[in-house]
Design a protein around this ligand. Structure first.
Ligand code: NI
Length: 261
């Protein structure tokens, strides 16, 4: 039997999946996924994700407020997140981080909300799921003040130097559909030099659909294409990519995946 695949980053609460989630999940299990981490981007998707994970044995949840939504953070949000973080199938804090590209929330607000997430992650001994876009410098500075900390920089797409600095902090790097894009040669060169033991597979569904399906909705089943691309990059068997990255995911998120093999 093939080793399982894990999608460590899907937004199943996105409206793109409305009414279609049962079929999406059937395709995921048929594609050989063992489990999926459903990542929230606001308090509505956080509460829904925690409830869904309680019902679906192979779904886990991460709860947090995406940097785009940082402006929606209220005084009571912290306690609301703390309540969700006590649910047994909630295994991470996020998606949080900094995004200076779009600027949907002011940078200072994003930094403050990011720090709140890191405090919660420490208090609950949970890993954090980090979104980084054009903000690696500030992210590294803030993260270093919270070290040691467990987590993943999802959809990693920066230089080899930045990769090393995240790895030095003990973080994992998430690899998604971008590794399959025709225009991502530089990213592939960077990833090739990194230890497979510190990489996680993800889709970021419904976004970042792998080649050759770009333009269509992404979904967890497509993480198999990411595994194949990574195997080509490392010149190893795709089964080794599955085995290693699923082990990495289980270690970081403390999931007993013997239940799903
Ligand atoms: Ni995401």
């Amino acid at each position: 039997m093939k080793p399982i695949l894990v999608d460590t980053h899907a937004h199943l609460g996105h409206q793109a999946f409305a009414g279609e989630l049962p079929a999406v999940l059937v395709r995921a299990w048929e594609a050989g996924l063992g489990w999926v981490l459903n990542v929230a981007d606001d308090m509505v998707s956080a509460a829904a994700g925690a409830q869904l994970a309680a019902r679906e044995p192979r779904l886990f949840a991460s709860v947090g407020v995406h940097p785009h939504q940082a402006r929606t953070w209220k005084e009571e949000t912290r306690e609301e997140l703390a309540v969700l973080l006590r649910c047994p199938k909630v295994v991470a804090v996020g998606e949080t981080g900094l995004d200076y590209h779009y600027g949907f929330s002011k940078p200072a607000v994003q930094r403050q909300v990011f720090r709140e997430h890191l405090k919660l992650a420490k208090e609950h001994s949970l890993p954090v799921i980090i979104h980084a876009r054009e903000a690696d410098g500030d992210l590294l500075e803030i993260l270093s003040t919270f070290a040691p900390l467990e987590g993943v920089v999802h959809c990693f797409w920066s230089s080899a130097d930045i990769a090393r600095r995240y790895l030095d902090l003990g973080l994992y790097l998430g690899v998604g559909g971008a590794v399959t894009f025709r225009n991502s040669g530089a990213l592939r060169e960077t990833l090739r030099e990194l230890p497979l033991e510190r990489l996680l597979l993800e889709t970021d569904a419904p976004y970042l659909t792998p080649h050759p399906y770009r333009g269509r909705r992404n979904e967890p089943a497509m993480v198999s294409l990411v595994a194949i691309a990574l195997a080509e990059l490392f010149a190893i068997d795709p089964e080794e990519v599955r085995r290693c990255t699923s082990r990495n995911a289980a270690r970081l998120f403390k999931v007993d995946q013997s239940l799903f093999c």
